[in-house]
Design a protein around this ligand. Sequence first.
Ligand code: T5A
Length: 208
Amino acid sequence: MSGFFITLEGGEGAGKSTQIPRIKDFLEHTGRKVLCLREPGGTPVAEKIRDILKTPDAMDRLCDKTELLLMYAARAQLVETLIKPKLAEGFDIICDRHDLSTLAYQGGGRGMSNADIAAVRGVALGTFRPDLTFLLDLDPLEGMKRARSRGSLDRFERSEASFFERVRATYLAYAAKHPQEVKVIDAAQTEDLVFSEIRKALEMLYAV
Ligand code: T5A
């Protein structure tokens, strides 16, 4: 039996990486085989692309089109070489960010058109989609406070506040249109309360 593909989305510091080990533990206790991944990244090639995307380069600033194409290059590599084969082996995959990040950051944040994103998406992923997405929703100011407390900021985290407001608005607009696909969780709650909402949704998914 094929596994489930579950993704976590949200702005910087929303708590995605914090929740992933808890989800893994929970699923493994029910006897599932679980693989945790992140985007951009997750394979050797995709991790090299992640470095390019996250590291500021004053001599050769990434243009928006390159950023979009690199996100999908990393994603195509991850989906084709790892996610699809592991799902077919029966693993559940939990991924820290996936396709919805591109709509939010490159679409909402950078202002790239939905048509351009859909065109590249079509080549990279075809009709492949997650079974369930958790959107950890948090005020970007609070999220950046959490991210800053961890140390130096990457190329994305150096963006202005309005960029992150547009990212958040795009996420929420998509979730409102696709309530079956995306479960929105208030990420300002404690880690335990956030997990308890995730757990309830997982119990429903696995009861099917
Ligand atoms: N990107 C990515 C795009 O632009 N397009 C795309 O298509 C994709 C896939 C990736 C960057 O790439 C961009 C988006 C990103 O800017 P990343 O480092 O993977 O870079 O970025 P994030 O996913 O944003 O990683 P963060 O670590 O910033 O966010 P998390 O994982 O949501 O937050 P987490 O769990 O590390 O927590 C941050 C801090 O908050 C605390 C934690 O202990 C930690 O210190 N915390 C809480 N504090 C209070 N209450 C809670 N409930 C808390 N939960 C966690």
